[in-house]
Write a protein that binds this ligand. Structure first.
Ligand code: PLP
Length: 449
């Protein structure tokens, strides 16, 4: 069967995520037959370089032989067992390794089965912790403008991307939203650090005013990925952690997208030298293989739930696939790759190549900024370079770059007017340069009228 036949069958029966399905009257859907390394291949042998790691999940390429092998071995041993009342080797070994790896003393691992559900876990756990301590007025959450934490109702409520959230507002809990430290809006000549310190004043005020009723502040450390890959200085996180402690409010770090080496360090929090109260991990945790997630927290939090069953202090939250052995085995193989291959060091070299390959982009009359944190590089297109007036979202300039990329065998999937690279760590320098070439030409075409 060729691509077209698969597409017809697909469009008869599927409803795709994050998609206006009518788009597919014009926009071709791409059925993928196989993947290998940075490449995805369709049913007619056309290849696409996966420059966005299949929605930011893939770290070491598609069909990585070592991760494949680990999952195969686990499959023959034990495919799944419930994690209530039972345990298994991969989940114990993974928890021990995550505890070693995570910043500070995050001693306890609670598993979920996708990123949004990990956020639900952290929100509920934070609230329940204060409840168990008798602080029953703590029921609210503080979040940043332009943040994203997933699509389930709790996660959506603490996020702030209007496109995903607006319509569901009547269903969502009320949160306190502080302005973002997003460096894009700093004054000309102002450093990212100074801007972050200046923006922190708003957060300090929010904590002062709402600290008594707030359970936690939730942030995406360093990069607001779904919020158009906007970035900010680590000083904001240092100030935030200090203030959270002062006001007795938890800090939830959502490292779903930035964890596992994406921003240059294993976890983004390390760049601010902080330990959050809850660290939420998913996406790269399994190397991009399986739906899987974990929330790490302090022993102190765990102890606040430890009591006789009848006191209702227990955290009675569960997902059917909590701590899946297959997910654990993929995660263990992923962590082995980090240990064996000096990944972070090699990424520094790749990140520098990305920077050099796109250095000239800032000269483009419709490029406002090229920004980067490690293995995330983003190029922001604007209508007017001086005033930074954005292109109206309805013009869908990014879509033009997407389409041009596909014609050239590159999967770029811009967020609005922001074209970005977030490739698997197995990409080569030469592939990065090809990618930059395609992005440049795509941007040129998308902005020429
Ligand atoms: C992807 C993402 C989530 C949600 O994870 P899902 O597995 O898609 O539910 C939450 N937070 C951040 C920062 C993310 O990038």
């Amino acid at each position: 069967m060729n691509n077209q036949q698969w597409v017809q069958r697909d469009l008869n029966v599927l409803w795709h995520p994050c998609t206006q399905m009518k788009d597919h009257e014009q926009l071709p859907l791409i059925p993928i037959r196989s993947g290998k390394g940075v490449w995805l291949e369709d049913f007619e042998g056309r290849r696409y370089l996966d420059a966005i790691s299949s929605w930011w999940v893939n770290l070491f390429g598609h069909a990585n032989p070592r991760i494949n092998q680990a999952i195969r071995e686990q499959l023959d041993q034990l495919e799944h067992v419930l994690l209530a009342g039972f345990s298994h080797e991969p989940v114990i070994r993974l928890s021990e390794q995550l505890r070693e790896l995570a910043p500070g003393k995050l001693a306890r691992c609670f598993y979920a089965d996708n990123g949004s559900s990990a956020i639900e876990v952290a929100l509920k756990m934070s609230y329940h912790y204060w409840h168990n301590l008798g602080k029953k007025n703590k029921t609210r959450f503080i979040t940043l403008a332009n943040s994203y934490h997933g699509e389930t109702l709790g996660a959506l409520a603490v996020g702030d991307v209007a496109l995903y959230k607006e319509i569901y507002k009547p269903l969502l809990m009320d949160v306190i939203t502080a302005p973002s430290p997003d460096s894009f809006f700093r004054e000309k000549g102002e450093s990212e650090r100074v801007y972050a310190e200046r923006q922190f004043i708003h957060m300090e005020k929010a904590l002062e005013r709402y600290g008594q009723e707030a359970c936690a502040v939730i942030v995406e450390p360093l990069v607001q990925c779904a919020g158009n890959m906007r970035m900010y200085d680590p000083v904001y996180l240092s100030l935030l952690k200090e203030a959270c402690d002062r006001y007795e409010v938890h800090l939830i770090a959502d490292e779903m997208a930035v964890g596992f080496g994406r921003t240059g360090t294993m976890f983004a929090c390390e760049q601010a030298n902080i330990t959050p109260d809850f660290l939420c991990l998913s996406k790269g945790l399994t190397g991009g293989y399986l739906p899987f997630a974990v929330v790490l927290t302090h022993e102190k939090v765990y102890q606040a739930f430890y009591d006789d069953y009848t006191t209702l202090r227990a955290f009675l939250h569960s997902h059917s696939y909590t701590g899946s052995p297959l997910g654990c085995s993929a995660a263990l193989a992923t962590l082995d790759l980090f240990k064996e291959d000096s990944v972070l060091e090699n990424n520094r070299f790749l990140a520098k190549t990305m920077q050099e390959a796109t250095a000239h982009f800032t000269d483009h009359p419709h490029v406002a900024e090229v920004r980067q944190r490690g293995m995330i590089l983003a190029i922001e297109m604007v209508k007017d370079k001086v005033s930074r007036e954005p292109y109206p979202w309805q013009e869908r300039r990014g879509l033009k770059v997407y389409q041009y990329g596909l014609e050239q065998g590159v999967l770029l999937r811009p967020l609005g007017n922001v074209v970005y690279f977030m490739p698997p760590y197995v990409i080569t320098s030469e592939q990065i340069r090809d990618l930059a070439q395609v992005a440049w030409e795509g941007i040129r075409r998308a902005t020429q009228d």
